[in-house]
Design a protein around this ligand. Structure first.
Ligand code: SF4
Ligand code: SF4
Length: 337
């Protein structure tokens, strides 16, 4: 397993990290068991967030008494220094620790710099030893590029998968050149990609630390299998990637849900990518009465535009929904998928 050093933080871990967003959906007992299995299987880097409900608490229980054996990153969506400080205290308490390896500003709308209260709060926390390194997460490429250029952060977390654009790839290279660690979120592109070996082989070509979102033992087993089976890019894997890129590239919904809630209750994070999902999973799962009802809600869209202001990928959501609905209706009428 390739080792990744996160820039000037010096943190060096196997290129196979654990994304702890999905463990908020399972019981504490199951989550703790999953996290320990991840550790026993070789994972050393665990990424969580204040915003992931009880995810931090579950990590705290799983790694109590062995804090120095793992690296933990967390995040805050605070907009003021007071909220930042209270979030950090809560993170420390829930994680049962007196330091966090990397504390990140979560889904930053811009690059916060010297003089901005959030950046000053990060520096203060580092000086106090409550956090070891200063990080940030972003979803918009322009914001991410500003962050790299600023030289103010030790790590950047950004979506990165084999659907990446040339510009995304340049960002990863610029991070490395700037001595900045790159943490890759959404390595499966929000569930659109299903070939874990292809995802891992792609990642192995970059100085990027993927944090795979894990909820089930079967998913964990796939990622842990790469500790014993070396994955390299091959012509066969390249062909899988090229095929998926041809099918999926362009303006697509990553399923993140940041645009929600919708004014008329459309489940945007599923309905805006129905055309892809229905072709990548057993179609019948998406053709149930439940999903037909959810898709038909698209007809109620009043084009208020609120969702568009929240989408980090700046998608034209109302039109994307309409395109998905048209395709869905054609499939219901018998169009082959
Ligand atoms: S524009 Fe349509 S989809 Fe978006 S929030 Fe408004 S009603 Fe919902
Ligand atoms: S439309 Fe945008 S914000 Fe909403 S789920 Fe898709 S990618 Fe996320």
């Amino acid at each position: 397993m390739k080792q990744i050093t996160l820039g000037r933080t010096g943190i060096t871990v196997p290129q196979n990290g654990f994304g702890a967003l999905p463990i908020q959906r399972i019981s504490k007992e199951d989550a703790v068991s999953l996290l320990r299995k991840a550790y026993e299987g070789g994972m050393r880097f665990f990424d969580t967030a204040r915003a992931y409900s009880d995810s931090e608490e579950k990590l705290g229980v799983a790694f109590a008494g062995m804090r120095d054996k793992v690296f933990i990153s967390s995040k805050t969506m605070a907009e003021t220094k007071e909220k930042f400080r209270s979030d950090l205290e809560t993170s420390l308490e829930k994680l049962q620790t007196d330091y966090i390896d990397i504390y990140q500003l979560h889904c930053a709308a811009r690059c916060y710099g010297e003089g901005d209260e959030l950046y000053e709060a990060l520096k203060e926390a580092k000086k106090q030893g409550k956090i070891r390194h200063i990080g940030i997460t972003a979803h918009k490429i322009g914001v991410a590029e500003d962050i790299v250029k600023s030289g103010l952060y030790e790590t950047l977390q950004f979506p990165f998968s084999y659907l990446a654009s040339e510009r995304d790839i340049r960002l990863v290279r610029d991070c490395a050149a700037a001595g900045m660690g790159f943490i890759a979120m959404k390595g499966l592109s929000g569930g659109l990609l299903t070939d874990s070996e292809a995802c891992m082989a792609f990642m192995s070509e970059y100085e990027a630390l993927p944090i795979w979102g894990v909820q089930r033992e079967s998913e964990l087993a796939e990622w842990l299998s790469f500790f014993t089976k070396e994955v390299r890019m091959t012509d066969e894997i390249r062909a899988v990637i090229e095929k998926d890129r041809a099918e999926l590239l362009g303006e697509f919904c990553r399923g993140c849900g940041y645009c929600m809630p919708c004014t008329v209750d459309i489940v945007i994070n599923q309905c805006a990518r129905m055309s892809q999902m229905i072709r990548r999973a057993p179609s019948q799962n998406w053709l149930t009465e439940h999903w037909q009802n959810e898709m038909m809600k698209i007809e109620n869209c009043i084009e208020c535009g609120i969702c568009k202001t929240r989408c980090p990928y700046e998608l034209d959501i109302p039109n994307l929904l309409k395109k998905n609905l048209k395709d869905y209706k054609e499939i219901l009428a018998g169009k082959p998928v």
